[in-house]
Write a protein that binds this ligand. Structure first.
Ligand code: NAD
Length: 428
């Protein structure tokens, strides 16, 4: 993340910009500019060497007018309360544009999970739940995995919560492993959802995917499935992906002019999304600096790593060939870079529309948990496609009818739905 990038400032500035256009009343702005509730707590973990280490945990509940708060848990060494606040706010808008009956929340802990043993990770996950469980629950706040957390961790957290409340409660958390209350299709959901929105944008721009290329940043859960979807579902070519290499403490781009093979790369990638450099090199991949992805001669750019990756410093390096920016990551674009996107008339699929597939299938998972009846993968992905396509069309329709930028249109749709719910509940 660029040093000047504060995600909360970006999230609030984006909100203010559209709130002005909508002439939102000041009391409505007051509620929506900040989270309803936020928690910061200590987690004391017994380490394998006999010592005790204290970590900081967060949970922020931005808005629950439309339903229980929903949002991931990130384990990242640079996690801050402002990042979690911004991400919680974006979750409110994301659930609203996907039109699922949930509000926005986010959580995390300041930790590099790759430095912990399996046992330490399990104790940290259980400690995180012990610190916040009274404010979680299927009807008030339902976390999920995000950067640095895994389905296995969600399984431990669900188990800890069930123990604390004294009954099996799979609906307290989503993104659980299949076989332990998880949904088929959740693993693929965010990346495939990105691709469903790219497909719709291409239809609008009359682009044939078979003649199109994409460049991706990241190679974790989102980027892996977006790369697979771009090739296998749309018939396009992916030029590169990138990752942060924890051993070398730097990032690399993995490039092949004739197109990468994401399934091969997946087979040599660890659980944190780090590609094995030596194996990739031996298989003919060209290994470039981590920021090389941004200047590839691609039709579609998919930032799918972290927030704050496209900034005033590097936006000028984007190739003139690029027509679509599909924001797989949350908040990948700084305000300055966003202005350049507008001037260049790029078709931007904004983050909380583009990556809404994950939360949509998380919602399907809760529905399956409540019913105690589990759907086939095809049914999950078909319903996901319907939801993403409807959401895309609603926002694109708003952008065209009001002649506004896609990101502003997404905010307009989301704010309208959330304000309506607050009003119907008598909050205003
Ligand atoms: P992940 O931890 O699985 O993967 C992150 C990837 O980004 C890894 O490959 C990592 O090496 C790479 N990366 C990190 N820093 C980098 C850098 N400076 N340059 C290049 N690569 C870098 O995370 P994920 O679940 O794929 O999430 C990625 C983004 O998508 C995040 O912004 C997350 O909040 C967002 N998101 C995720 C989901 C989901 O379901 N997983 C849903 C919605 C949004």
């Amino acid at each position: 993340m660029a040093p000047e990038f504060n995600p909360l400032e970006v999230a609030q500035a984006q909100f203010d910009h559209v709130a002005d256009q909508l002439q939102l009343a000041s009391e409505v702005r007051q509620i929506l500019r900040w989270p309803l509730r936020e928690f910061r707590f200590q987690i004391s973990v017994h380490m394998d060497d006999g010592s005790n280490r204290v970590f900081f945990g967060f949970r922020v509940q931005h808005n629950d007018a439309r339903g229980p708060c929903k949002g991931g848990i990130r384990f990242h060494p640079n996690e801050t309360l402002d990042t979690v606040r911004a991400l919680a706010m974006w979750m409110t808008w994301k659930c609203a544009v996907a039109d699922i009956p949930l509000g926005g929340g986010k959580g995390g802990a300041v930790v590099d999970p790759s430095t912990l043993s399996v046992g330490e990770k399990e104790r940290l996950c259980r400690g995180w739940v012990q610190g916040i469980w009274k404010n979680l629950g299927p009807r008030n706040d339902v976390p999920a995995p995000d950067v640095g957390t895994t389905p296995q961790m969600m399984g431990w957290m669900m188990d800890e919560y069930s123990t604390l409340v004294g009954q099996y409660t799979p609906g307290v958390i989503t993104g659980k492993p299949v076989g332990s209350g998880g949904s088929l299709g959740r693993k693929e959901a965010t990346g495939f959802g990105v691709i469903y929105t790219v497909r719709e944008a291409m239809k609008h721009l009359k682009l044939d995917a078979h003649n199109c290329t994409a460049a991706l940043q990241g190679f974790g859960n989102v980027a892996q499935h977006a790369a697979i979807g771009f090739i296998e579902q749309l018939g396009g070519k992916v030029l590169c992906v990138s990752c942060y290499d924890r051993n070398d403490k730097t990032s690399y781009t993995y490039f092949r002019p004739d197109g990468i093979n994401p399934r091969f790369l997946q087979s040599i990638t660890d659980q944190y999304g780090t590609i094995d450099k030596a194996q990739a090199k031996a298989s003919g991949y060209i290994i470039e600096p981590g920021d090389a992805w941004i200047e590839k001669d691609a039709d579609v750019l998919i930032p799918a790593a972290l927030e704050g990756q496209i900034t005033a410093d590097n936006v000028g390096r984007i190739s003139p060939r690029v027509k679509i920016v599909a924001e797989g990551a949350n908040g990948p674009t700084s305000r300055e870079a966003d202005e350049v996107f507008k001037q260049r008339n790029l078709f931007v699929i904004p983050d909380f529309l583009c990556n809404a597939g994950g939360v949509t299938v998380s919602y399907f998972e809760s529905v399956q948990n409540d019913a105690n009846y589990y759907w086939e993968q095809d049914a999950v992905l078909r319903r996901l496609d319907q939801k993403m396509t409807t959401a895309f069309n609603g926002i694109h329709g708003m952008a065209q009818s009001r002649d506004v930028y896609m990101r502003d249109a997404a905010y307009m749709v989301a704010i309208d739905r959330v304000v309506k719910a607050m009003d119907l509940r008598g909050w205003l």
